[in-house]
Design a protein around this ligand. Structure first.
Ligand SMILES: [Zn+2]
Length: 301
């Protein structure tokens, strides 16, 4: 009995103390006016924080709730590639052609000097080359360079031959061997032939025709090979140049490489556009007829 009563007393005291502790704890919390625990107990699912509109926080003057959606932009059309303009030549324009015979001159570098000037002024000319000169590496290199720069390459016989003194077979050999030599170096056969000394005949024209070549003379000789004077070469051009002229010079002559810069500047100043012989003939005739002989922008008759 005694031990049972004692046990009940202890249990009662323990319960009383526990109850007192809980009471104090709850009272203390509510007395703070709703602390975290009380708030959580009263509202276990608090409102999520209102998200701050990003635009406002970034200083955008337009409030988020009044911001209008960004207008849908029309799709950007894919730009059409701009076609490279094809240079058109005005048939009534002032055109003129410069031609250089007897090269290439690789040893003394005249052809390379000339090419540098032509590159500077973006001028394309026509070279009539001699076959035997294409046997040396330096001359081959000069020819490759001229072709790579876009200049026109023509045939001027293999041995700089006066064809009036050759047999028909000899003429054909002189012309064919040079075509072969040119093709071997630049990869294509020329379509223009110029006979040394202007010595042409029926055999020359017939061979040219059967090999797709026109025969090209000139109507303005600078006589540069004769006087070897840059001033006189320039003076000859100034005196006789006219639209459609085919001007004869030589890149085997040092003074011509020296004169050409002044000649180009003067021709440009006079309103000329310098083009190749092939361009000049196609411009005036629509085509170049193999076997036909030309000495100017118009047929030689
Ligand atoms: Zn010549």
């Amino acid at each position: 009995m005694i031990s049972g009563a004692l046990k009940n007393k202890r249990a009662f005291a323990a319960l009383f103390l526990l109850a007192l502790f809980l009471f104090c704890a709850i009272f203390a919390c509510t007395a703070e006016g709703g602390g975290e625990m009380a708030g959580m107990a009263a509202d276990p699912t608090p409102e999520p924080p209102t998200p701050q509109p990003i635009l406002v926080s970034l200083g955008d003057p337009v409030p988020a709730d009044t911001a209008v959606p960004a207008p849908t932009l029309p799709p950007t059309p894919t730009p059409e590639p701009t076609p490279t303009p094809v240079p058109t030549l005005d048939p009534n324009g002032k055109y003129i052609a410069l031609t250089f015979d007897d090269g290439p001159n690789g040893k003394a570098g005249y052809t390379k000097d000339l090419l540098a000037v032509l590159r500077k002024y973006e001028v394309k000319v026509t070279f009539f080359v001699v076959g035997y000169k294409l046997e040396t590496e330096r001359n081959m290199e000069a020819l490759r360079e001229a072709a790579a720069d876009g200049h026109e390459i023509g045939n001027h016989t293999y041995d700089h031959a006066n064809l009036s003194k050759y047999s028909d077979e000899g003429i054909r050999k002189q012309m064919a061997r040079t075509n072969d030599a040119i093709e071997k170096i630049i990869g294509y056969r020329p379509t223009l032939f110029r006979p040394p000394y202007g010595e042409s005949n029926q055999t020359v024209r017939a061979f040219a025709k059967s090999n797709g070549m026109a025969v090209i003379m000139w109507d303005l000789s600078t006589h540069d090979w004769y006087h070897e004077d840059a001033g006189k070469t320039f003076a000859a051009v100034k005196k006789d140049a006219h639209p459609g002229s085919i001007i004869l010079m030589h890149d085997s002559v040092k003074s011509s490489a020296e004169a050409v810069e002044k000649i180009i500047q003067w021709l440009h100043g006079e309103g000329y556009t310098i083009i190749t012989v092939g361009e000049l003939l196609r411009l005036r005739h629509g085509e170049i007829k193999p076997g036909t002989q030309y000495r100017h922008g118009v047929p030689a008759g």
